[in-house]
Ligand binder design. Structure first.
Ligand SMILES: Cc1cc2nc3c(=O)[nH]c(=O)nc-3n(C[C@H](O)[C@H](O)[C@H](O)COP(=O)(O)OP(=O)(O)OC[C@H]3O[C@@H](n4cnc5c(N)ncnc54)[C@H](O)[C@@H]3O)c2cc1C
Length: 234
């Protein structure tokens, strides 16, 4: 295959203590935590909402969070699940015992509600967000050291200098010799694909049995028989 060498001068932005790439659950938590500690944080997301697979992917169940006696998950996750319950972003069958005590029980939630809550928490931590923006490369000051990251969006390319960088894109590519996680994040097409949650017009295999809210959000969707019959717990 022929190659074309792409070279250009791009603008450099600076002043961030932390740049987080990927605004899924992991990236949002990292950004919120750092923002609350007073860091100047930029959160970069390829898609147009916060939450990653949990919202855009409609993976709308929280995994089990307790061991039969106590809740073993805390911090921002606990704050989120409690707030989702308080605001009515869960089906009626989801009582707090489900995540605070029960062993191996999943908790369904409204993905649109999680988008709203994450917007609030991230902005409340004074985090700057750039949607529809992809990390595409790294500005390497030296071998394996990130001086800045290269992003691309409708405004073009930018080099964002940062003291600290978190890759929360869940690239999942095999480690490379120089900058394994970031290079994983830069794959095209995107490493993250929305998870098929329902069978839409018979085209896509169902994935999750507990999609009470997916039903409301997609009234035209055809659910597989197992999804149609199962209760909202596993
Ligand atoms: C099929 C499936 C089913 C699952 N079921 C459940 C479940 O029922 N309950 C549960 O709790 N968990 C479930 N999980 C796991 C859960 O989805 C993940 O643990 C969680 O999404 C991980 O969060 P994350 O923030 O690390 O990644 P993600 O949610 O994947 O977020 C990564 C974010 O990075 C962004 N991104 C990617 N590349 C770039 C780039 N180059 N530049 C900028 N942004 C980028 C993406 O758009 C995305 O928003 C499931 C996962 C899968 C795949």
């Amino acid at each position: 295959m022929d190659t074309y060498r792409l070279e250009r001068d791009i603008k450099v932005e600076s002043g961030y203590d932390l740049v987080v790439a990927g605004a899924g659950p992991a990236g949002c938590a990292a950004a919120i935590a750092a923002g609350r500690l007073g860091a100047k944080v930029l959160l970069i997301e390829a898609m147009g909402c916060l939450g990653g697979l949990a919202t855009a992917g409609i993976v709308s169940e929280f995994d089990p969070m307790a061991n039969g006696e106590i809740m073993v998950v805390g911090g921002i996750m606990r704050e989120i699940v409690e707030a989702m319950y308080e605001r009515g972003f869960m089906p009626d069958c989801c009582e707090p015992q489900r995540w605070r005590k029960d062993h191996h029980r999943y908790t369904s939630f409204n993905a649109e509600g999680l988008k709203l809550l994450l917007d609030e928490l991230v902005l409340g931590a004074n985090v700057e967000i750039r949607f529809f923006t992809r990390v595409i490369d790294a500005d390497l000051a030296g071998e394996g050291k990130v001086k800045g990251i290269i992003i691309q969006n409708v405004e073009g390319y930018r080099d964002i200098e940062t003291k600290t960088f978190v890759d929360a894109t869940r690239g999942a590519a095999p480690p490379g010799p120089r900058l394994p996680r970031l290079h994983a994040a830069c794959r095209t097409p995107p490493a993250c694909r929305p998870t098929p949650a329902v069978r839409v017009r018979g085209a896509t295999a169902g994935r999750h049995p507990n999609q009470a809210f997916a039903r409301q959000a997609m009234p035209g969707a055809i659910f597989s028989s197992s999804m149609a019959e199962k209760p909202t717990s596993t």
